[in-house]
Design a protein around this ligand. Structure first.
Ligand code: ATP
Length: 314
């Protein structure tokens, strides 16, 4: 449904997006995850035709956004990070104006409006001035405006930003409902948002693609947690040499212990780790299988990116 190929965007000397490629299939909810300034908004603005890429292409439903911006915008509903709502307008006035701007024929506007209002749970709020709405209901109004023309794709930039916990749950439920007939790409820097809503995650770090996987793939790595007495020498070297050990990462140590996360091909490698540790005479406090959290995966990717960047700079 969406294809991003070798995308690059420079703002003067700032390279905001570097050689990013990924695809989104019809019906998916894909999370675009990254720290502040990672390039998420830039990718979304290019995808929705509001910004020209420096290089690369994005197609939506086979239409190249550079060649047919209007054709792409017809297929997309876009909710920018701060949706431009007019505070003095009533909800229905705003939605009618959006329907007109969207080019929906006059005789079809009422039906389009009532479908969007039903989908976003705005019944009963139509005659309220927008400035009297809570942030959550303002966000619903923005979403209703974005789906009036029944787009095949919804692009949502940090849709729960600034909402309270109850509103966050409501908007996430709404996004899941909308996903029943729409392909959705949403950006966030909140890891739990990805776990709550998305089936796949595209991770950007400093404008680079750091991961493009289903959550199951990202979290399926087998890990053994190991804690040994603080100051034990040669742990990473010895364990990395074992068959079936993919990677050894030191973690934050405390309480007189050094902690490691050992990525393994399968949990069956754990006994060999115990054997190597006892054989080397280490004082072992813990060896336990574990599943990495999305936070750990993200931190590992950040650490890899930083050490690669340092390696290049050296
Ligand atoms: P956030 O979560 O803070 O919204 P983001 O991941 O959406 O961040 P972008 O807004 O795409 O990131 O910004 C990516 C980089 O490009 C940042 O370094 C930002 O400062 C820079 N940038 C964005 N817009 C411009 C601009 N108009 N001119 C110059 N630099 C820009």
């Amino acid at each position: 449904m969406i294809s991003v190929q070798s995308l690059e965007k420079r703002y003067g000397s700032v390279r905001a997006v570097s050689d990013v490629s990924f695809e989104v299939a019809r019906g998916e909810i894909v999370g675009l995850l990254g720290h502040n300034g990672a390039g998420k908004t830039t990718v979304m603005k290019i995808m929705t035709g509001f910004l020209e890429p420096t290089r690369g292409t994005i197609t939506v439903g086979g239409v190249d956004v550079r060649q047919d911006r209007i054709g792409v915008q017809r297929q997309i509903g876009y909710l920018p990070e701060s949706a431009p709502l007019y505070p003095e307008m009533l909800v229905q006035e705003y939605l009618m104006m959006m329907a007109e701007l969207r080019g929906i024929p006059a005789e079809k506007r009422r039906a389009a409006l009532s479908d969007a209002v039903r989908a976003t749970g705005l019944e009963g709020w139509l005659t309220r001035p927008i400035h009297t709405l809570s942030k959550g209901y303002r966000q619903r109004t923005g979403l209703a405006g974005a789906i009036l023309h029944k787009p095949e794709v919804l692009v949502l930039d940090e849709p729960t930003n600034g909402l309270d916990p109850v509103q966050i749950i409501e908007i996430r439920n709404l996004i899941r409902r909308l996903a029943q007939d729409t392909t959705i790409i949403l950006s966030t820097h909140i890891l739990s948002e990805i776990e709550a809503v998305c089936s796949r995650v595209v991770i950007l770090i400093d404008g680079h693609l750091a991961a493009n996987n289903t959550l199951a793939e990202l979290l399926s790595t087998d890990v053994v947690r190991l804690a040994v007495a603080a100051g034990t020498a040669g742990v990473a070297e010895k364990l990395t040499a074992l068959p079936g050990v993919l990677e050894v990462r030191p973690m934050d140590g405390a309480g007189g212990l050094d902690r490691y996360r050992v990525k393994v091909e399968s949990p069956a490698v754990a006994p060999a780790i115990v054997k190597a540790a006892t054989g080397a005479g280490w004082t072992v406090s813990e060896v336990a299988p574990a599943t990495p959290s999305l936070e750990q995966v993200f931190r590992d990717l950040m650490a890899d990116h930083v050490s690669r960047a340092r390696g290049k700079a050296a």
